[in-house]
Design a protein. Structure first.
Length: 44
């Protein structure tokens, strides 16, 4: 049997996936950290 996971995806303006995060729990704080990290790394 499979396990449920939450998928957070960062996509660019063309709809291409930049990065993703799989999480066992729905965690807003972790999602915010993930998106901040992606945004910081993409602007360099």
């Amino acid at each position: 049997m499979g396990r449920w996971t939450y998928l957070y995806r960062a996509v660019d303006s063309r709809g291409q996936t930049i990065d993703f995060l799989l999480s066992a729990r729905q965690d807003a704080a972790a999602a915010k950290r993930f998106f901040r990290r992606v945004r910081t790394n993409r602007t360099r």
